[in-house]
Design a protein around this ligand. Structure first.
Ligand code: C5P
Length: 416
């Protein structure tokens, strides 16, 4: 099956524009196949050369013309089209990355036993590049021992298999089995492409990451808050997930998609964050406090909206919030636990960071410069990571996930 002539000509111009890495996007026959369109778009818009290889049943959900138009390349499901080009070998050898989203239970089973009865499975057998699989299916199918065993086998082979998200499934039912958001799959894929297949060196470890910025209410509609978007903490969580860790993400007011596979605990205030972090830390090998936690909160919280009056308002009295990082670091919840803090500074960055490391008694302090146009809500970050052992590691400007991996490298060295 191939794309129409009209989509072929547009295809050529799109394909000609993309000189970036070659990505094969496999699409299986599940209702979430429509979400693959958004993923394909992400890849093409960021300069990747995309070949979409759907299964026959995927085309019952989304037409070949859609995939061809979005990717700018012809779309084929079987090995009999363009036989002279030996497509499964060409595609597999040329690919820098293969992403299968959504992957069905049947596809996982076929991949485990090495079937090559369509172009997608045949391509996977010839490929030697990193592979990312994003399964989506009903909860019962995902939890079935056969699927569990297949996922374990694929992970053992070094394939990155994302855990599905929890949420609304095809019908009115909900549970684990939903395809992670395309943005989320794209981020994982981009990291794998940049770093190669990630070693699951955090497998068997439970880590806690705090992210976002706390909000301290003045009344039911107003709060004292800060500019943290949560992106850095989410990137740290994602990096840990990619390396096989069990991740609890304590998230304060971040408007971001849940990282695939993380247990996300949502909080609003510093006190709520403290309770969630302390509880999760009891079983954690490492705690990374990336959240911007308010040091103070209003002493009074009005139960109804404060009205504008003619008289000048009273000054807002503040009381101190618990310092979660200091509490965790001085009273370790688990022997050998590694505790990491963040020092976001506007000036005397390294000096202040070193003082904070000593004051809070944590093992590592990630020191970075912040300001109105720096770091907050940005895609990139740079930092110096100071160790309680006197070490200093400079992490140059890169993605927030790169900084996440640098943190986990240092945490891992201290865990082992
Ligand atoms: O000294 P400062 O509060 O700026 O230190 C920042 C670090 O401490 C961050 O890791 C932040 O998550 C943590 N923190 C905390 N509890 C607070 C304030 C900050 O855990 N109340």
């Amino acid at each position: 099956m191939t794309s129409s002539p009209s989509s072929r000509s547009r295809s050529k111009s799109l394909a000609a524009q993309s000189r970036g890495p070659h990505v094969v996007v496999g699409v299986c026959g599940g209702i979430a196949a429509y979400k693959a369109c958004e993923l394909i778009r992400r890849f093409t818009e960021s300069g990747h050369d995309v070949r979409v290889v759907p299964t026959e049943s995927a085309l019952r959900f989304v037409g070949a013309a859609t995939f061809a138009a979005l990717s700018g390349n012809p779309v084929t499901t079987d090995v009999w089209t363009d036989v002279h080009e030996v497509p499964h070998v060409t595609l597999g050898r040329r690919a820098d990355l293969i992403v299968v989203a959504p992957a069905t239970a049947d596809f996982l089973a076929r991949m485990v036993i090495g079937r090559s009865d369509d172009l997608l499975t045949a391509t996977l057998l010839t490929a030697r590049c990193p592979i990312v699989i994003a399964p989506a299916m009903h909860t019962e199918m995902w939890e079935h021992p056969a699927t569990r065993a297949n996922v374990a086998t694929l992970r053992d082979r070094g394939i990155v298999v994302l855990d599905p998200a929890v949420g609304r499934l095809t019908g009115a039912d909900s549970g684990i089995g939903r395809l992670p958001e395309p943005d989320e799959i794209f981020r994982v894929a981009r990291t794998v492409l940049a770093r190669g297949p990630v070693t699951p060196d955090l497998a068997g470890r439970h880590v806690v990451v705090s992210a976002g910025g706390t909000r301290e209410p003045l009344d039911p509609v107003r709060f004292l808050g800060n500019r943290s978007s949560g992106r850095q903490g989410y990137a740290i969580a994602r990096a840990a997930l990619a390396r096989g860790a069990e991740v609890t993400l304590v998230s304060a007011n971040a408007a971001l998609f849940d990282p695939a596979g993380a247990k996300v605990v949502r909080v609003a205030t510093a006190e709520e964050m403290r309770d969630a972090v302390i509880e999760a830390a009891a079983s954690a090998d490492a705690v990374v406090m990336a959240a911007a936690v308010a040091d103070f909160r209003p002493a009074q919280r009005a139960t109804s909206k404060v009205k504008k009056t003619d008289a000048d308002p009273d000054p807002v009295a503040l009381v101190r919030n618990p310092d979660i990082l200091a509490e965790i670091a001085t009273d370790r919840r688990r022997a050998g636990q590694v505790v990491v803090g963040f020092a976001a500074e506007t000036d005397n960055v390294l000096d202040n960071g070193a003082k904070k490391l000593a004051a809070k008694q944590c093992d590592l302090m990630v020191v970075n410069e912040v300001g109105e146009n720096r770091t907050f809500d940005a895609e990139h970050n740079s930092a110096t990571i100071l160790g309680a052992d006197g070490s200093s590691t400079i992490v140059p400007e890169g993605s927030k996930e790169d900084l996440g991996h640098a943190i986990w490298d240092l945490v891992l060295a201290r865990l082992s």
